[in-house]
Design a protein around this ligand. Sequence first.
Ligand SMILES: [Zn+2]
Length: 205
Amino acid sequence: MSPAHGYHFAPRALRRWRDERLTLTPRMEGGWQARFHFEGSTCGNVPFVLHYDIEVDAAGLIVGLHAAAAPGDEGHQSMCRHREDAASLREELATQGPLRGRPLADVLAWKPATSPAGCVCTAPARAHKWLAALQTLHFALSEPKAPAASAPPHVPDTAGQNSPVQTHANPAAGASAVSPSAVTAAVARAPAPHCVPLSSSAPLS
Ligand SMILES: [Zn+2]
């Protein structure tokens, strides 16, 4: 938990997931259709990809939640839980998304029991992936991707205003005692084997 900015995950992780894992499509009736690509790995170190599809309406309410293996993905079948009971795992992924009907902003206050495992075999592991998907979506809508990936977000283009400070919209960011470099470095590392955290478990609570 990083209290200074309200998210469970480090800002650097959220930025990377927004840029690399999230696809945002505007809905015709307003709001967004979002897809979060989760790259996991099983106990046998088999990589797999799940798609987390989230729909938010024009009022900011979560109106759709659905998770499933990416089309053509076979790796997910090696998950221990999938081997034991594939049908119920599929069912839970597809129907047990959290915060349905609630404002997307509620994901900042949602504190489920989580496990940063590489798989989604257990309820806490599934909650952890939903938390990542939903908080990445919230982050992306609050701080949209900049055209230049290296540019810091929310830096005004105004000529003559060159102050590097106070460029962030979030007032809490001023008190940013967050993220020692060890934290962000750990988060940046890609998960490899089974049960390796989606982001380092160390800074998470
Ligand atoms: Zn497993």
